[in-house]
Design a protein around this ligand. Structure first.
Ligand code: NAP
Length: 300
C-alpha cells in the first residue's frame, strides 16, 4: 500500500513525487515509457526560473535523480485502469495492481498528428515528431518543420545547425511561439518561412521526397522537395482510459482548476493532461507540488 501513486514520470509527476516524499508519505511513480516526458527531447530550456540554460535531457535526469534519491519509487509499468474504492484506490498496470490512498494523474500529452495520407506509414522514413532525436539523420539535407508554436520554432532552430535548408510551414501569418526565438530563427540564413500555408500531401513512394503545400489565401498549391518532415503541430491528451473515472473536457483534458483537484475525492491531476491555459515546464512542476501537497493533506 502506497500513500500516493503518481501516473506519469514527466516534470509534473516527478515534481509530485518530490513533494510527496518530502511530506513524509510514500510515493510510487508509474511510467509506461521513459522518465522526463516531452521535455526530454527539448534541446535547450531557457525559461525555467533559476536555470539560465540546460538541455531537456539533463533537466529531466536531474529531476528523476532528485525524486528517486529522496525516496520516490519509479516502476516502468503502463497504468491501464484505476478503481475508486472510496478511501482506497487500486491502480492496475499491464504487470500488476497497486493500492494507495490518493492518485495523481500526470499523464502529459502526446504529439498531435497532421492527419494526412502517408503520415503514419512514413514515420521513420522521413516523418518525425522529434527534431532532437532524428535531426542528425538529415545532415546537409532539406527538411520542413510544420507548426508555429514553441516546439516548431525550437525544432527549426535546432535543425538549422544540421540541415542544408529548413522550411517552416505555418498555417497563419503570425507565430504563437516566443518572439525571442522567432527572431533568432529569422537571423539564420538557411531558413525559409512559408506562411499561411498548409501541408496537403506527402510526396514519395517509400519515403518522404517532398510536400505539396497550399496557400490559404491564393489557394495555389506548390511542391517543395524535402527529405524530412518534422511535425510540430501541438499536443493532445491521452486520458481516454480515465474517462469512466474522472471528468474530461470536450478535448479530453482532465477537468481541474489551479488546485489540481478532479471531481473525485482522492484523485488529483497535474501538468499538461489537465485543463489549463498555460502549459509550460514551470506550470507542470508547480502543478506537481500543488497536487502532491493536496493529496498528502487527506492522508493520515
Ligand atoms: P502549440 O503551442 O499548441 O502550437 C501548435 C502549432 O501548430 C500552432 O502554431 C498551431 O497553429 C499549429 N497547428 C495546430 N494544428 C495544426 C494542424 N492540424 N495543421 C497545421 N498546423 C497546426 O504546441 P507546441 O508548440 O507543441 O507547444 C505545446 C505547449 O508546450 C505550449 O504551451 C508551448 O508554449 C509549450 N512549450 C514550451 C517550450 C518552452 O517553454 N521552451 C517549448 C516547447 C513547448 P495556430 O498557431 O494557428 O493555432
Amino acid at each position: 500500500m502506497f500513500d500516493v501513486i503518481i501516473v506519469g514520470a514527466g516534470p509534473a509527476g516527478l515534481s509530485a513525487g518530490i513533494y510527496t516524499v518530502r511530506s513524509g508519505k510514500s510515493a510510487l511513480i508509474l511510467e509506461g515509457k521513459s522518465y522526463g516526458g516531452q521535455i526530454i527531447n527539448t534541446p535547450d530550456i531557457e525559461n525555467y526560473p533559476g536555470i539560465k540554460n540546460i538541455s531537456g535531457f539533463e533537466f529531466a535526469t536531474g529531476l528523476y535523480e532528485q525524486a528517486t534519491s529522496l525516496g520516490a519509487e519509479v516502476k516502468y509499468e503502463q497504468a491501464v485502469s484505476i478503481e475508486d474504492k472510496g478511501d482506497i484506490k487500486i491502480v492496475n498496470t499491464e504487470q500488476g495492481s497497486y493500492e494507495c490512498k490518493a492518485v495523481i494523474l500526470a499523464t502529459g500529452a502526446k504529439n498531435r498528428p497532421l492527419g494526412i495520407e502517408k503520415e503514419k506509414e512514413f514515420v521513420g522514413y522521413g516523418i518525425s515528431y522529434c527534431a532532437t532525436c532524428d535531426g542528425a539523420f538529415y545532415r546537409n539535407k532539406d527538411v520542413a518543420v510544420v507548426g508555429g508554436g514553441n516546439t516548431a520554432i525550437e525544432d527549426a532552430l535546432f535543425l538549422t545547425n544540421y540541415c542544408n535548408k529548413v522550411y517552416v510551414i505555418h498555417r497563419r501569418d503570425t507565430f504563437r511561439a516566443d518572439p525571442k526565438d522567432v527572431e533568432k530563427l529569422k537571423s539564420k540564413d538557411n531558413v525559409e518561412f512559408v506562411m499561411n500555408s498548409t501541408v496537403e500531401k506527402i510526396l514519395g513512394e517509400s519515403s518522404v521526397e517532398g510536400i505539396e503545400i497550399k496557400d490559404k489565401n491564393t489557394k495555389e498549391t506548390k511542391n517543395i522537395n524535402v527529405s524530412g518532415i518534422f511535425v510540430a503541430v501541438g499536443q493532445e491528451p491521452d486520458n481516454q482510459m480515465f474517462s469512466d473515472l474522472v471528468e474530461l473536457d470536450e478535448s479530453g483534458y482532465i477537468i481541474a482548476k489551479e488546485d489540481c483537484m478532479t471531481n473525485v475525492k482522492g484523485i488529483y491531476t497535474a501538468g499538461d493532461c489537465r485543463t489549463k491555459s498555460v502549459r509550460q515546464l514551470t506550470t507542470a512542476a508547480a502543478d506537481g507540488a500543488v497536487a502532491a501537497l493536496a493529496a498528502c493533506a487527506i492522508i493520515d
